[in-house]
Design a protein around this ligand. Structure first.
Ligand SMILES: Cc1cc2nc3c(=O)[nH]c(=O)nc-3n(C[C@H](O)[C@H](O)[C@H](O)COP(=O)(O)O)c2cc1C
Length: 234
């Protein structure tokens, strides 16, 4: 059995009275999850919509609590870190993480950044040792697969694309993913939302299809891995 952690971050709902307002990234992510669950209904599933329910921003008190040794933390400091503890536990438990994100101002929504800020935490998801020279930070988790689903109004943010220099969403997610313990990243992208033309329709249809295909592919290979574990354990 595996655990699938699904993080949505658009402030738009997946379904609205006017379907033109439906979140594209959430609907593509949903396609992945539904396909996965058809193949592997027994898997654990954890869902957070940080667009609708944003995690608290971190604060000076939060940093103070993080840098206080665990046994010396006051009840207030423990309380201050309880959301962070819960979110980190969800990431630690996950084998596969799906993050869907709109592009806002050429990067991720503040809501999703707030989620990462709660999770990338010293001695929980990374440790710090100056004896490592210029790279003192080291992730503590590993072995996870990440699927990034993005939607943008414009297009051409990929390597070599006409807006490569403005594409800060996927590169930022990739950089942070190592602190989630991610070894393998897949990306599904829908573009052209602001143009509302045939390119947009094709882009969304391709992204939905890719979500479906990837869910089949990964759920089957994950299944194979689980049965290998089982036979190795016997
Ligand atoms: C506040 C805001 C900022 C946006 N900034 C950008 C941007 O910088 N670049 C871009 O290509 N699209 C931008 N868009 C368009 C969204 O990326 C696009 O509508 C996307 O489909 C939103 O994701 P969703 O459909 O999952 O809600 C922005 C939209 C909003 C509401």
């Amino acid at each position: 059995m595996s655990t699938l952690l699904h993080i949505d971050s658009s402030v738009r709902a997946a379904t609205n009275p006017n379907p033109d307002h439906d979140s594209i990234s959430k609907n593509i992510a949903r396609r992945f999850i539904e396909t996965w669950q058809e193949n592997r209904p027994e898997d654990d599933y954890i869902y957070r919509d940080v667009g609708m329910n944003p995690p608290d921003f971190i604060s000076q008190d939060w940093i103070g609590a993080v840098f206080t040794p665990e046994e010396k933390r006051t009840p207030a400091q423990r309380e201050r870190l309880s959301l962070s503890d819960t979110l980190i536990a969800e990431v630690a438990k996950a084998d596969v993480i799906l993050i869907s994100s709109p592009m806002y101002n050429y990067g991720m929504p503040a809501h999703l950044k707030a989620w990462f800020d709660q999770i990338v935490r010293i001695d929980k998801t990374f440790d710090f040792d100056l004896s490592r020279g210029d790279f003192p930070l080291q992730p503590l988790l590993s072995g996870k697969t990440l699927i990034i689903v993005t939607s943008s109004g414009e297009f051409g943010f990929e390597k070599g694309g006409i807006r490569e220099d403005s594409g800060h969403l996927a590169p930022h997610l990739r950089t942070l993913s190592k602190y989630l313990g991610v070894d393998t990243v897949y990306e599904i992208t829908a573009e052209y939302q602001e143009f509302g033309d045939e390119r947009h329709r094709r882009s969304v249809a391709n992204a939905r299809q890719r979500a479906e295909n990837l869910a089949v592919e990964l759920s089957i290979s994950n299944l194979a891995q689980s049965s290998n574990h089982e036979s190795a354990d016997v």
